[in-house]
Design a protein around this ligand. Structure first.
Ligand code: ATP
Ligand code: MG
Length: 585
């Protein structure tokens, strides 16, 4: 299929010792100040700018001709951008912003597929110290409007097709939107709607990054909208320390590595790890313009000699359903790390990695709000399948009981409670835009309350229980839907499951499961009773679902998260709420 020239020398994986060798030792001696010293900073000794760390410093080093981003276009052509190319093009973009009188802190949005202009805009905007906000291109006009409006967009970079289809109807309702740059028109359409190629052509490729306060706003990311209306989490340039550190210790980046993060930059993973982290660590990132396609993905892993692959449970589940053992059908000798984020990764999925790739899939946990990986499995630490792993060095994670806005840390192992993080993490968000009150409510004393429930075992591993909003209270028990779903999925008939609590006066809530069946199984009472029987036997009658409904597909967000609130609203005949991020099947 698509063969791009590989102009780096692939070092064999055996020669690469994990960057994180002894977890406990590193955890106990780690300091963010020391990590900061690995970055360049800016001339005044205090400044910190993401684009400088990701691009300019490498463009002035021995890495200048190394491929920073390799784009695999839809037509399978390969387009390489070296660190040196990226420096020039992002400087041009920064100069375009300057020419047009953009003010520091104003917001530049993108609505494009994964094309070069998206990456140039992201880093050029950061260079200029404006704020970058990527939108997922499959959004329709309403979610686009909500985000542009709430995020006070000043500039939007998009394509002609998206402009005509999705933006023209909104323009009049967006008074703060001063310019729209189109990536694929030869001439300016008006004073407001401009040709990006023309602007870039006219701009100088020399730009000096201003002294950037590490607390200067850099990125605006909307959450996935799994539990309600998406929130706009604001991050600062200081976040780059987390991007650097997690790249080094979790993704285990080594010079010469080829990395592929499958997430779209419209979700935080696709920006923190699809753009920033690999670049800051000076390695090559693969970007595929196409959407999920199992055979294309396997071929890409082989042909691009990917060493480290970061993907999501929904993709892993789709791959698992196919009759292919990739390591037998493809040359994947270069692959040494497969990681997953976004949703719980079931133990069976972690183990499938061993069969499919010859290594367990390493789950990790974080959120839009945390800006980077916070809890992870590491190459050098024993994996307990089904666990999210251990806190990143520098991150103090704990389980807490919260009552009347009082927070008590529970130190006993195995206790279930709120997953909280001690403040002081460089990439933790600095606000929910236009929702200050909501932002403040996320913090109690020195702790950030994540909204997820978890437990920690005696060895210090964290286990996901569920989202606090999804937890089911039944006959005096607290039941996490994830635990029930995990068990149901072990039954041979069950392909996917989503579990909710349905109000039932006698017991509080009744556990109800929505199940997608594997092919070859009938959606009848016999199957239903068999699954319920299995669940009662393995989980106990108090926790096992009392009702099972067969459905064709489980509603999910576009980033692959189960929308339990939607199933619940439908079940109870309530309004569906915000469905802007719902994946349409
Ligand atoms: P919203 O906040 O709008 O409801 P969201 O929480 O889904 O949406 P994200 O920030 O994209 O938005 O997702 C973070 C959440 O995803 C976490 O809080 C957690 O519930 C879930 N998550 C992420 N990684 C994992 C993981 N490894 N295991 C379990 N859950 C995970
Ligand atoms: Mg959330």
């Amino acid at each position: 299929m698509m063969k791009g020239k590989t102009d780096h020398k692939a070092t064999t994986n055996e020669l690469k010792h994990p960057n994180l060798q002894e977890y406990d030792k590193l955890y106990n001696t780690f300091s963010w100040e020391d990590e900061y010293k690995h970055l360049n900073g800016l001339s005044n000794g205090k400044g910190l700018n993401i684009a400088h760390e990701a691009i300019d410093r490498h463009a002035e080093s021995h890495l200048k001709d190394t491929v920073a981003i390799r784009l695999i276009r839809k037509n399978n052509t390969v387009q390489d951008l070296t660190f040196s190319d990226m420096k020039k093009r992002t400087s041009k973009f920064a100069n375009v912003l300057q020419e047009l009188g953009m003010v520091k802190g104003e917001r530049v949005f993108t609505l494009t597929g994964r094309i070069p202009e998206l990456y140039i805009t992201a880093l050029g905007t950061l260079k200029y110290t404006a704020v970058f906000c990527p939108l997922f291109s499959v959004f329709g006009p309403e979610p686009i409007f909500q985000r542009l409006h709430k995020g006070d967009a000043t500039i939007l970079v998009t394509t002609r097709a998206f402009f005509e289809k999705k933006i023209i109807p909104l323009v009049d309702q967006l008074p703060s939107l001063r310019y729209i740059f189109l990536t694929d028109v030869e001439d300016h359409l008006s004073d407001k709607v401009k040709s990006l190629p023309v602007l870039m052509e006219e701009a100088s490729d020399n730009f000096t990054i201003p002294d950037t306060d590490p607390e200067c706003p850099a990125l605006l990311h909307f959450t996935s909208g799994t539990t309600g209306m998406p929130k706009g989490a604001l991050h600062v340039h200081n976040a780059v320390i987390t991007h650097y550190t997690t790249g080094k210790y979790v993704l285990d980046f080594h010079e010469g590595d080829i990395f592929w993060c499958t997430a779209d930059p419209g979700w935080v993973t696709g920006t923190s790890y699809g753009i920033i982290s690999p670049l800051v660590n000076g390695i090559t990132s693969i970007v595929d313009e196409e959407e999920f396609d199992a055979l294309r993905w396997y071929a890409l892993l082989e042909e691009q000699k990917v060493n480290i692959w970061y993907t999501a449970p929904t993709a892993i589940r789709r791959l698992m359903r196919m009759d292919i053992i990739p390591k037998e059908s493809y040359h994947l000798e270069n692959l040494r790390l497969v990681l997953s984020v976004g949703e719980p990764l079931h133990a069976a999925e972690v183990r499938w990695g061993e069969q499919a790739f010859g290594m367990p899939i390493l789950d990790n946990w974080w959120q839009t709000e945390t800006g980077g990986i916070m809890i992870a499995n590491y190459l050098s630490v024993r994996v307990k399948p089904g666990s999210m792993g251990k806190p990143l060095p520098g991150v103090e994670a704990a389980i807490a009981e919260i009552k009347d806005n009082e927070l008590k840390i529970i130190t006993e192992p195995e206790a279930e409670g709120h997953l909280v993080l001690k403040i002081g993490i460089p990439s933790l968000f600095r606000n929910y835009i236009h929702e200050e009150e909501r932002y403040r409510k996320c913090f109690i004393g020195d702790w950030y309350v994540s909204g997820d429930l978890a437990k920690r075992d005696t060895d210090g591993y964290f286990w996901f229980i569920g989202r606090a909003d999804d937890i089911i209270k039944t006959s005096g028990h607290m039941v996490g839907p994830f635990e029930v779903e995990s068990t149901l999925m072990k039954h041979e008939a069950v392909a996917e499951a989503a579990v909710i609590g349905k109000p039932e006066p006698s017991i509080g809530e009744l556990v109800k499961a929505f199940v997608v069946l594997n092919s070859g199984f009938d959606a009848d009472d016999e199957t239903r009773l068999d699954i319920i029987g299995y669940a009662r036997k393995t989980m106990g009658p108090a926790v096992a679902p009392k009702q099972i409904e067969f459905i064709d597909s489980i509603p999910k967000t576009k980033s692959g998260k189960i929308l339990r609130r939607l199933l619940k609203a439908r079940e109870l005949g309530l309004p569906e709420g915000d469905t802007s991020t719902l994946e349409q099947n």
